[in-house]
Design a protein around this ligand. Structure first.
Ligand code: TSB
Ligand code: ZN
Length: 588
């Protein structure tokens, strides 16, 4: 979707449209006072204080109508310049604008205002020439926003909108928004009973329902098998650790703001773990290692807890309790490149199986100025960052660099994806770390018989099961490939009584082959049940009537198709088993 902020003309149009919105609101709610109305990537908003009154979603149309009226009137947008005193005088009854003026630099001797008809707003501009140019806009939503983003302040109303040059552009954009709403994993998750949340459990703590859990289990099995074949060793470790563990690792100093507060139990002080690296360091340290044993790859499906702001948590995509498909790879310096390449190929391999195509590689570097967040050792950082660049260039991978996105212990290669709604997020990650092995005093015996500190690669292919499943839902729009679909086969007896026994027989047969099947024997019309099977995005719908019962066959329809095919029972089972095995996507 278009970034409104970056396009000069659209930026101007949207900024002017924010003023148009304010003018219309002032006409309809004369008591309204205005805070700020910036352009954002998705259009514009204005923060408004209308005292006790509230603007509801259904009022947006009324405001839009008023905006259209003003636009038709076609007043010119005129710029005035004032001194600070003059501006303070002009806005003396407006505490919000006074606040803005008072905070302006003394050097800013000229303060500009823009007027259109009866409405004047303090603003740097630039704006379009006349309100006539603002024709193709839409108000999108209204929400609450604390003044200056501080929850101690008054809650203002934030009205969002967007403006385009042509009606066609606006229409296209609104269609894309509609599509994004449909793809939003929170909507799909609810409709398909994949996960739920409950305020008694808490924000950012989703509960996986049976259908979602089924998908997650398939994801686990899939990656577990792959990792086992690649020589990973899987462990189970507790999802708490003592504060001392995290002091040793450096998380306490550099990651505390992302952690839940500690809790005291008898003499020990525990934290819910935000990462699994410290536990895995201890697993490595539990035995003596020779260079011949390396790489050692410790994997775990590990539950972590992170403090995420309550306003930032989002469905399964950003949670406070998550499960990483984590592994820490302990390697010799000579093995870094080779091992890193293997991780990148695993990522590419997995994405291919899932049919993901919309992603970007990001090389995440430290911000050398930020001494708080990053461990301070310039030589180590430079070496690590250069090493990653080298590998990426050798692999001829397209990537972009981002300063300030590294982990506190080292640079990362992240895979960035764009959710249906909201900014990009990281899915897979592979991180290079020279620090933690030192902090835990890890060693192996090198080929000269001396102790040497290993290097660690932190990697999570899915990132977390949570985020990965959210992305998968959005990419497939809930039409999961056969091997992942919670219900793979929906069996519809044409007549719910006469054909029920045969339907049950087929259900048992399929279940005996490990195929997830169910019978829809509700007393509803055949067409209704078939339609619902499509709405539920079930890959296979079987339609069993007299003919099928007599001939002992199966008639089926694939999701998204209108054609019905007929097969013998064994042939059908063979087909579906092969498709599950090959992870064939039967859904187009
Ligand atoms: C890979 N120590 C490493 C690990 O060994 C680590 O924790 N890296 S991380 O901080 O980048 O997290 C791993 C992945 O978890 C991220 O790439 C991202 O995909 C996922 N993730 C991070 N925060 C959240 C969250 N709040 N909700 C869901 N997934 C998250
Ligand atoms: Zn780690």
């Amino acid at each position: 979707m278009m970034n409104i902020k970056e396009d000069e003309r659209l930026n101007k149009l949207n900024h002017s449209c924010a003023h148009l919105l304010a003018q219309a609101v002032k006409r309809l709610y004369p008591q309204a006072k205005f805070w700020v109305g910036p352009v954002i990537e998705e259009g514009f908003y204005y923060d408004i204080d209308i005292n006790e009154d509230v603007i509801k979603e259904e009022d947006l149309e009324k405001i839009e109508r008023e905006m259209k009226k003003i636009s038709k009137d076609g007043k010119r947008i005129v710029r005035h310049e004032l001194t600070k005193e003059e501006a303070l005088e002009q806005f003396k009854d407006d505490p919000y604008k006074r606040d803005l003026i008072e905070r302006m630099n003394e050097e800013e001797t000229v303060i500009s205002c823009y007027s259109q008809g009866e409405f004047t707003d303090l603003c740097r501009g630039p704006h379009v020439e006349t309100v006539k140019e603002l024709k193709h806009f839409k108000l999108l939503k209204v929400s609450g926003a604390y003044w200056k983003g501080d929850s101690k302040n008054k809650m203002l109303q934030r009205v969002y909108g967007i403006c385009f040059e042509t009606e066609e552009d606006l229409k296209k954009h609104l269609e894309a928004l509609e599509d994004a709403k449909e793809r939003d994993h929170r909507k799909i998750g609810k409709e398909m009973n994949l996960f739920m949340t409950h305020e008694l459990v808490g924000a950012g703590m989703p509960l996986w329902l049976p259908n979602g859990a089924l998908i997650r289990k398939q994801l686990e099995n899939y990656i577990y098998e792959k990792e086992q074949k690649l020589g990973y060793q899987h462990v189970y470790t507790p999802c708490v650790g003592t504060v001392d563990l995290y002091k040793t690792s450096g998380h306490w100093d550099h990651y505390q703001e992302n952690m839940f507060p500690s809790m005291k139990v008898e003499e020990e002080e525990f934290v819910l773990r935000p990462m699994n690296c410290p536990h895995h360091m201890l697993v490595f340290k539990n035995a003596l290692h020779s260079y011949r044993d390396l790489p050692i790859r410790i994997g775990e499906f590990a539950t972590d807890f992170r403090y995420e702001a309550s306003g930032a948590v989002k469905g399964l995509e950003r949670v406070r309790c998550m499960c990483q498909n984590d592994a820490h790879l302990f390697v010799t310096p000579e093995q870094i490149k080779e091992e890193f390449k293997k991780v990148v190929s695993l990522i590419l391999d997995v994405y291919k199986d899932f049919g993901f195509q919309n992603y970007k590689f990001r090389l995440s570097l430290r911000d050398p100025e930020d001494k708080e967040k990053y461990f301070d050792d310039d030589a180590m950082w430079n070496m690590a960052e250069d090493k990653l660049r080298e590998v990426l260039n050798e692999l001829e991978i397209d990537y972009f660099e981002a300063i300030g996105e590294a982990a506190f212990y080292g640079p990362k290669l992240d895979v960035e994806v764009k959710p249906a709604v909201g900014p990009e997020v990281t899915l897979s990650t592979c991180q290079l770390d020279f620090l933690l092995p030192r902090k835990f005093d890890l060693s192996y015996i090198n080929n000269k018989g001396e102790k040497q500190v290993p290097v660690v690669l932190h990697r999570a292919i899915y990132g977390t099961f949570d985020r990965f499943t959210a992305f998968l839902m959005e990419e497939t729009k809930g039409a999961f490939p056969l091997w992942l679909a919670p219900t793979q086969v929906n069996i519809i007896p044409v007549n719910h009584e006469y054909h029920f026994t045969y339907a049950k027989e087929i259900e048992s047969l399929l279940k005996a082959h490990g195929i997830r099947a169910e019978v829809d024997d509700r007393d509803e019309k055949l067409s209704y049940r078939m339609r619902e099977s499509q709405t539920r995005k079930i890959p296979y719908t079987l339609i069993l009537g007299d003919k099928e019962r007599e001939e002992k066959t199966i008639s089926y329809r694939l999701f998204g198709h209108t054609e019905t095919k007929n097969l013998e029972q064994e042939k059908f089972i063979e087909l579906i088993e092969m498709q599950i095995q090959n992870k064939t996507n039967v859904i187009e």
